[in-house]
Design a protein around this ligand. Structure first.
Ligand SMILES: CC(C)(COP(=O)(O)OP(=O)(O)OC[C@H]1O[C@@H](n2cnc3c(N)ncnc32)[C@H](O)[C@@H]1OP(=O)(O)O)[C@@H](O)C(=O)NCCC(=O)NCCS
Length: 466
């Protein structure tokens, strides 16, 4: 399928998302809980999907190339997810809204200027911009659900500090399945039509409990003392910052609000989003499904890249010194490529321009830390790497992605334990995966089961054909 057709489909789905969000917005003023609002929206969406399938279900969506079977299914239209759509040139839109738009539209904390991730979750789930009161109610709800079982605390306390924080994170999230409402309801024979309710409860519990898990991992691994209690009068990001020991730094709390919001979701096909959806399609509960997402996010070509970027920058500094010349940086970038390694933080499977999540973090840096030496190095690298990747001629996208910037911001405020960075990415990614799992169960998404072929079969299918 040509990229222009794909772009026109992206535009259409954007405008239908906008139309739907406008329709939803008209009833948003009633101050319902998220679950009440969702219960109202589900029947209409079921009808919407039925109508689309009745009208278009038997139409071809374009050819599948053999190259796509071998090539990691790049660009293969294969999934449905309304929460966010990724345009190769313009980047991510959440329910039709760009990052600057959500920064403008979503409720903020008192005195803050970054969006609250609570609002982004409401938007992802309903397509509506929530009121301040709805967002505050969500903060309180999550604070009330935040405690983790004692055995999960013990499990984390027994992990050796040498076990990667992402492995600990995945272990703890898997263990939360012990108290899954969905798994229990399934055992008790809940009707398929009712799946979304217990899935919703698990997803809310999942998001709510992640700060206590992440905070405990951080404090255990880096010897930062006991985990403080959740403050039910504060928002999710403040509590996350407090569990890490950074709540007194207001700019860090603001950074976390932005960070969680922009890392939440990136269409349905990326490894973490798709892994969660795939495992959820087996009716594994949301804890098991999200643990699969985390295991994918832990890979260096996906979420771990934010750790890799910082390691790479630090290695470069130790080799060529601080305040190095452009020539020295260029030489270092070339040596990375010549050693058969990727330049972390650059390139993307879908994007073909600078990632707007990179740009949002750059704006934050320009506002809050314009003179930070590492930020200056990131800016210098930004001026150099794309030209080199273009000259090297392999990468389809020479521009920076989200991971090129996040570590520098976290380091600036003192969170310099690089191998913890992907855990924060994981906390954020739960928002998108959870929203998707709720809708998959609401719409009765079936077990995923694509067809695989052998190379021999491919040869036979095309034998004698040009
Ligand atoms: C993100 C990424 C995995 C996308 O992979 P992809 O869709 O296969 O990308 P492309 O189609 O552009 O890859 C074509 C070639 O360019 C190379 N390439 C892509 N990005 C590159 C980079 N940043 N540095 C060096 N080489 C790169 C690929 O490794 C591939 O090489 P190969 O043909 O020898 O296998 C890839 O760009 C990458 O490895 N980036 C660095 C890691 C990173 O930042 N990940 C976070 C993504 S949000």
């Amino acid at each position: 399928m040509s990229s222009s057709i794909l772009r026109s489909i992206a535009r259409q789905s954007r405008s239908s998302a906008l139309a739907r969000s406008a329709r939803f917005a008209s009833t948003a003023a009633k101050q319902q809980t998220l679950k009440e609002r969702l219960a109202e929206l589900i029947p209409a969406e079921i009808e919407n999907v039925k109508a689309v399938r009745a009208e278009h279900g038997k139409k071809s969506f374009g050819p599948v190339l053999v190259d796509q079977l071998y090539g990691g299914m790049r660009g293969l239209p294969a999934l449905i997810w309304d929460g966010s759509v990724l345009d190769p040139d313009e980047g991510i839109r959440f329910r039709g809204k760009t990052i600057p738009e959500i920064q403008d539209l979503l409720p903020k904390a008192p005195g803050g200027s970054e969006p609250l991730p609570e609002g982004l979750f409401w938007l992802l789930v309903t397509g509506e911009v929530p009121t301040q009161a709805q967002v505050e109610a969500l903060s309180k709800d999550w604070a009330a659900r935040a405690a983790i079982p004692e055995f999960v605390e013990e499990l984390l306390d027994r992990c050796p500090p040498t076990l990667h924080p992402m492995s600990q994170f995945s272990l703890a999230v898997t263990a939360l399945n012990h108290d899954s409402t969905f798994a229990k309801a399934y055992q008790q024979g809940v009707s398929k039509k009712e799946y979304w309710g217990p899935a919703f409860e698990d997803c809310m519990d999942l998001i709510a409990k992640l700060p206590n898990i992440a905070g405990r991992i951080y404090r255990n691994v880096y010897g930062q003392g006991k985990v403080p209690a959740i403050d039910p009068t504060k928002d999710y990001s403040w509590n996350m910052a407090n569990l890490l020991g950074f709540a007194e730094k207001n700019d860090f709390v603001e950074l976390l609000r932005l960070y969680i919001t922009i890392h939440s979701d990136h269409e349905g096909g990326n490894v973490s989003a798709h892994a969660g959806k795939l495992v959820g399609s087996a009716l594994s509960d949301p804890f098991l499904a999200f643990a699969a997402s985390l295991n994918g996010l832990a890979g260096p070509l996906h979420g771990l890249a934010n750790q890799e970027v910082l390691l790479w920058l630090r290695k470069m500094q130790s080799k060529i010194g601080e305040n190095a010349t452009d020539e020295a940086v260029k030489e270092y970038v070339w040596s990375t490529l010549k050693n058969g390694q990727v330049v972390p933080g650059y390139g993307h499977a879908v994007l073909r321009k600078t990632d707007p999540r990179y740009s949002a973090q750059r704006e934050f840096a320009l506002k809050h830390l314009p003179n930070d030496p590492l930020f200056k190095l990131v800016a210098q690298v930004f001026n150099i790497v794309p030209g080199i990747l273009l000259e090297a001629g392999k990468a389809k996208n020479p521009w920076p992605n989200v991971d090129a910037h996040s570590g520098v911001l976290l380091t600036h405020y003192g969170l310099d334990q690089m191998n913890f960075y992907t855990v924060l990415f994981g906390v954020s990614r739960a928002f998108g995966v959870a929203a998707q799992l709720i809708w998959d169960r609401a719409l009765g998404a079936p077990l995923e089961r694509p067809k695989s072929y052998s190379t021999d079969a491919i040869k036979k299918i095309f034998a004698g054909k040009n």
